[in-house]
Design a binder for this molecule. Structure first.
Ligand SMILES: NC(=O)C1=CN([C@@H]2O[C@H](COP(=O)(O)OP(=O)(O)OC[C@H]3O[C@@H](n4cnc5c(N)ncnc54)[C@H](OP(=O)(O)O)[C@@H]3O)[C@@H](O)[C@H]2O)C=CC1
Ligand SMILES: CC(C)(CO)C(=O)C(=O)O
Length: 300
């Protein structure tokens, strides 16, 4: 497992708890020493904390990799894949757990000797501290092949055994696009208004044109649905997550890099490539880039 953060930690804890072999690949010797100092990974879920001495190493000491979960942020995925390349065996299964779009195919072309699958997750988790993960919301992990139609791998049973919610899909692209659309509609506006998801409930005038254009983009990418469907789904998610701060707003408040390039950035680039004029989306992207730039944060 590379990416022992919120979601990677959540997966690792459950695999380890089920007695399955798992090894965390940490960034360097400094991170490894900090991990050992913390006596491993802690997971808090439903107010219960467990401490798990999951084996960890750096890449230099990693065994040959036959199955990997890559659970870092989208902007870290290609650099990590370049480092991983010599250690990943031919035909190894690599699960790419990144939000948005763009990083998955880029990683698959770096790891072109491996079998890359994408994961679209609606689970929630955050880091209380470096190696203390807090589970923060039940969800699903949709898993599917990036390019070809194929049968679900038999090792999904191991995820079941570890109580990792999972479902195979023959159309992971649709899952990733739908989630990207929701994140493009909700996250930037929460950043620009510095508000909870729920406070967007009254922003229909801003959400409507953005959802209408995102719907055009989804359709152009073979994802069915009407603008009204997308607006209704966006409003449903806003209500269901009313008290949440979006992941992007959390990043901005913590002065961390955001995944803008793989969400709104990807959407706007794809629209340009298809010669689609989507002015509301373009305007939202520019406002968000400006907002990040004045705070000294990367705009891509
Ligand atoms: N958290 C959530 O609730 C959800 C997250 N997602 C998506 O999942 C993906 C992962 O997010 P999340 O788990 O929150 O991210 P985190 O920032 O919590 O964790 C990412 C981890 O990747 C590690 N990492 C990055 N590069 C390397 C490297 N080269 N070598 C070793 N470790 C590395 C980081 O290490 P270090 O600490 O050393 O920097 C960190 O531990 C994102 O795309 C996110 O959008 C999707 C749904 C929900
Ligand atoms: C669905 C939503 C908007 C929930 O907060 C999310 O996925 C995020 O914050 O990134």
């Amino acid at each position: 497992m590379l990416g022992a953060g919120s979601l990677g930690g959540l997966w690792a804890a459950r695999l380890y708890g089920a007695g399955l072999p798992v090894c965390l690949i940490l960034r360097d010797q400094v991170r490894l020493a900090a991990y050992q100092e913390a006596s491993g990974l802690s997971l808090t879920s439903a107010e219960r904390a467990v401490s798990l001495p999951i084996p960890a190493c750096t890449l230099a000491d990693a065994p040959p990799i036959r199955r990997l979960l890559l659970a870092c942020k989208a902007y870290d995925a290609v650099p990590a894949a370049l480092d991983l390349k010599p250690y990943v065996q031919t035909g190894a299964d690599v699960l790419l757990l990144q939000n948005g779009l763009g990083s998955q195919h880029a990683v698959a072309s770096v790891l072109d000797h491996a079998h890359c699958l994408a994961v679209s997750s609606t689970e929630g988790a955050f880091r209380r501290s470096a190696f203390h993960i807090q589970a923060a919301g039940a969800g699903q992990n949709w898993i599917g092949a990036l390019t070809h139609h194929e049968s679900p791998p038999s090792w999904l049973e191991e995820l079941d055994a570890a109580n990792i919610p999972n479902a195979w899909t023959d159309d992971i692209a649709t899952r990733l696009w739908r989630k990207l659309a929701l994140n493009c509609a909700i996250n930037p506006l929460t950043v620009l208004h510095d508000c909870t998801n729920g406070q967007l409930a009254t922003s229909t005038d801003e959400l409507e044109p953005v959802c209408a254009e995102l719907s055009v983009l989804l359709n152009a990418n073979g994802v069915p649905g009407t603008p009204e469907d997308l607006l209704a789904e966006t409003q449903r998610v806003i209500t269901a997550t009313a008290h949440n701060l979006s992941s992007m707003l959390q990043d901005v408040r913590a002065a961390r890099r955001t995944e803008i390039a793989y969400l709104l950035g990807y959407a706007c680039t794809d629209a340009q490539r298809r010669h689609l004029a989507l002015p509301a989306l373009q305007n939202l992207h520019e406002r968000l880039r400006h907002h990040l730039a004045v705070r000294g944060l990367p705009v891509d």
